[in-house]
Ligand binder design. Structure first.
Ligand code: PRP
Length: 181
């Protein structure tokens, strides 16, 4: 696969991602082996590829639903403000919810999601996140299942974007600094 000019280097190649997603799916399948009603809640847009790959490797039955958030205002008037712009189609009350995210950066989004979903009284609530940038954390929040810790670089591919571009690259690459300016 060709690497676009804006990408400085490949951080995680397809094989590394495939292997780690398989490990996460195996761990989740074992942990939820006795669970009746598992629902994966993908956070659009970034999680769509990770969720598709993860879900297909789970050996436990599950449902898939989505929410969409807006990061409008982030860093401006109210840093870290998150707004729900599309909710799940089905109720999660009494069900086992696993939130699926592509990345935890400052932590504001995951913290908001956990708070928001806890209020819906699920039977259980956990998160599965592909990437974490611990150096960037502003609120103390960690994923229950984590793919990789990465350095503070702007990463794209495998669902992650820069200005809505590069989401469908099959690997995760670090953008050149000048491409982010
Ligand atoms: C990204 C990512 C997380 C959030 C993490 O979403 O998908 O939802 O940022 O950042 P935080 O830890 O600093 O809150 P983005 O707003 O880029 O939207 P997208 O998923 O549609 O690309």
């Amino acid at each position: 696969m060709e690497v676009p000019d804006a990408v400085e280097r490949v951080l995680l190649n397809e094989e590394m991602i495939r292997a780690r997603v398989g490990e996460l799916a195996a761990q989740i399948s074992a942990d939820y082996a006795d669970v009746e009603d598992l629902v994966l809640v993908g956070v659009l847009k970034g999680s769509f590829i990770f969720l598709a790959d993860l879900a297909r490797r789970l050996t436990v039955s599950h449902h898939v639903d989505f929410i969409a958030l807006s990061s409008y205002n982030r860093g401006a008037i109210s840093p870290g403000a998150v707004r729900l712009i599309m909710d799940t189609r089905t109720s999660v009350t009494g069900r086992h919810v696993l939130i699926v995210e592509d990345i935890v950066d400052t932590g504001h989004t995951l913290e908001y999601l956990l708070r928001n979903f806890r209020a819906r009284k699920p039977a259980s609530l956990r998160s599965c996140v592909l990437l974490s940038k611990p150096e960037r954390r502003q609120v103390e929040v960690e994923a229950d299942y984590l793919g990789f810790e990465i350095p503070d670089l702007w990463v794209v591919g495998y669902g992650l974007d820069y200005a809505d571009r590069f989401r469908t690259l099959p690997y995760i690459g670090a953008l050149k600094r000048e491409a982010c300016e």
